[in-house]
Design a protein around this ligand. Sequence first.
Ligand code: ASP
Length: 328
Amino acid sequence: MKLQRRSLLAGATASLAAFAPNAWAQGYPTKPITVVVPFAAGGPTDALARVLCQKMSEHLGQQLVVENIGGAGGTIGVNKVAKANSDGYTLLFTHMGTLAVNIALYKSLPYDSQKDLEPIGLGGTNPMVLVTKKDLPAKTFQEFQAYVKANQKKVQYGMAGIGAASHLGGLMLNSMMKVEVLEIPYKGTGPALNDLVSGQFDYMVDQAVNVLPQINSGNIKALGVSTLKRLPQLPDVPTIDEAGLKGYEVTIWNGLFGPKGMAKEQIAKVNEALGKTLADAAVSKRLTELAVDLPSKEEATPEALRKQLTASIDKWVPAVKAAGVKPE
Ligand code: ASP
């Protein structure tokens, strides 16, 4: 009799334990979810996040609300999520610059991207384009290189802060061209692009998703792409590698993360909504037109994103150090 009671109780505890984590996910989400973008509105990270969040909101039955927290190359926004409640209602959409590249560029970061965040899923990879103001006196990459070399004291390039994707693109370019030029930091390349269009600085290396519309409108010039193959969207623009900087190759992945400790069931639910969104014909057409490479099913898991982050740290930290940029 005693034994029976004990096993009944044990059974009750076991089923409660089995039920508890699922209960988190069953109701989840019951209210809007904040998605922090650590750059200003109107830039590439913001644009991608908004396209994905709009569709994901439909799949999750709750609004995913983008909150832009720009500054310090994205570290302020990332840190906010790294320290946030892990109840599943604060997420982060960011790129590899803020999680991998900047490890080589700051003496100390307020977060550890591998320990303080839970990967949820990859949100697309984007090539970069070297763009200049319209009236820069260079029509080709070779002319650009000669112009920058000859005018190092006055040439200025724009970027979204230390460790931003545009910083990585620019610093690798400048280091391979062996030039030192003045850096103009912004809270995101959305506002930087506006200033490039109005000719307030000379050039920038930024994601295609941001610069393609302005290139197509003739408001800025594209002189090179950051991939080893030309982009179908810009067939006449050479790769920077073929134009003379052998080995120049930078592409930027973006991903969705939660704070450490977010429940596995919630991660799975958000990942499923992200997967459905990336498989949506209208979303994939829109992003493909903007040169965003969407992940395959295998590349879209939380585990694959964790591996991607580790691989990027292993690749970019030594590469940036070798480029000779001193950490701030
Ligand atoms: N593309 C920017 C960067 O350079 C960030 C942004 O504004 O989305 O990292």
